[in-house]
Ligand binder design. Structure first.
Ligand code: NG1
Ligand code: MG
Length: 419
């Protein structure tokens, strides 16, 4: 790859930035509702080779010729487009750093390679954003980014950076990719961002299988609709519970903190929520607050699903807690049960699966021999993660229609190598 860099740009690269993808083991679609999640970093990763250049421009090249190169002239006031191209994720990471640190815009060249399947729920997008943010910091500090930033702050900035692409996601991916340590999964909590390493039982292994369906989340409003449905549920639940400052409750987690109810109790309370509402009904119930909590691309939705979404969030938050306990006690059957329940909830209550994904998840168990399986990442296609007993895996072959991509032990987070 270093020779390729030289032949494309006419100079040697100075630094290599590596940033892994991640697989979310459990805790789906709850980070942006305030709840903690449990992913691990993967051995597949984004690699960026970087060198400063004297021209006032950023030159992007991709080792995969399918992805055309791009030159961004500096100073640039790049803003997102509706359908992001590959280098827009890099620009989003770069822009956040330049903006946050008030840096002058220095020229550099970047060659990118990635072994993370894209739009597959393995967070190739965040990996690009994080790698680009660190690359920008590296250029500006002449190779010593950790003098001005630590990894927690980097993860926080990358979270904001990714909003520049358009989806209002949570911070799971950037935290997993920046903060993971080889050998452990991570239990990540938000506001403030905190991480705890979780050792996985030595006799279990996680396998990633591909549904072969793809969806570019940034190009549809399904993701943001779920965000807004959670915010509507938040307002309605808070009002229903008599919380005076209901408009200040930003997430379903805020409602829990304000009410001091257990997750089990809140799941019960969700039964009082309406099943579905159209915009007129939403406005009748929460008035102008709707304008404050909707996003540009959801204001025209004809209907919002309320009760089922909130039940998913609270029950999934509970499953994350139970999963962590099961990891500590090495109860692999309980871990599997929680993963299976998580998938059913994603599929039926959160409606972020597809028939093909549901089929893959059940085949992984019935034909593949997995103990548990679920979709991973945002869903609507992409990949599934399955839990196996390591003895079983050693025995060998999977049926080929299960599209097993790889199995992975928890890998190391973002890193920089001086060349
Ligand atoms: P992916 O699978 O990378 O699109 C998205 C969000 C996560 C999380 C999951 C669902 C971003 C960058 N990522 O992940 O924060 O909400 O969906 O659990 O928005
Ligand atoms: Mg993504």
């Amino acid at each position: 790859m270093e020779d390729q860099f030289e032949s494309r740009f006419g100079l040697r690269p100075k630094w290599r930035i590596e940033c892994p993808g991640r697989v979310n083991i459990i805790g789906e679609h709850i980070d942006y509702h305030g709840y903690s999640v449990l992913p691990m970093a993967l051995s597949v990763k984004t690699t960026l080779l970087v060198a400063p250049i004297s021209q006032s421009e950023i030159r992007f090249e991709n080792v995969d010729d399918f992805f055309e190169g791009h030159t961004e002239c500096l100073p640039s006031n790049w803003e997102r487009q509706m359908k992001p191209l590959w280098f827009h994720y890099l620009l989003a990471g770069w822009k956040e750093i330049v903006h946050e640190f008030g840096l002058d815009q220095k020229g550099f060249a970047i060659l990118m390679d990635s072994s993370i399947p894209s739009s597959a729920g393995l967070s190739s997008s965040s990996s690009l954003v994080c790698a680009a943010a660190l690359a920008s910091l590296t250029v500006h500090t002449h190779g010593f980014p950790w003098k001005i930033i630590d990894k927690v702050r980097l993860a926080e900035l990358c979270m904001k950076a990714e909003h520049r692409i358009g989806t209002v996601g949570g911070g799971m991916d950037q935290a997993a990719e920046c903060l993971s340590q080889s050998g452990s999964a991570l239990h990540i909590s938000f506001n403030p961002l905190r991480c705890e390493s979780v050792s996985l039982p030595s006799h279990c292994i996680f396998v990633v299988a591909d549904s072969m369906e793809r969806k570019n989340k940034a190009a549809s409003n399904d993701f943001n609709s779920r965000v807004v449905e959670g915010r509507i549920s938040t307002a309605l639940l808070a009002k229903g519970l008599g919380i005076e400052k209901w408009k200040d409750m930003k997430t379903l987690k805020d409602v829990q903190e304000e009410s001091s109810f257990t997750l089990e109790k809140l799941i019960e309370k969700c039964n009082d929520l309406p099943e579905q509402l159209n915009v007129i009904q939403v406005r009748e119930l929460i008035g102008d607050h709707f304008d404050a909590i909707s996003t540009q691309d959801t204001v025209e939705n004809s209907s919002f699903t309320i009760r089922a979404r909130a039940i998913h969030v609270y029950s999934e938050a509970l499953r994350v807690q139970l999963f962590k306990v099961a990891c500590f006690s090495e109860d692999i059957n309980e871990m599997a049960r929680l993963m299976n329940d998580s998938h059913s909830s994603c599929s039926q209550s959160y409606e972020c699966s597809t028939p093909q994904m549901d089929k893959l998840v059940s085949s992984l168990i019935t034909e593949g021999g997995a103990l548990g399986a679920r979709l991973t990442g945002a869903g609507w296609g992409g990949c599934a993660v399955a839990l196996f007993h390591s003895d079983y895996l050693a025995k060998g072959d999977f049926p080929s229609h299960l599209n097993i991509l790889f199995h992975s032990k928890p890998a190391e987070g973002i890193a920089i190598v001086h060349l």
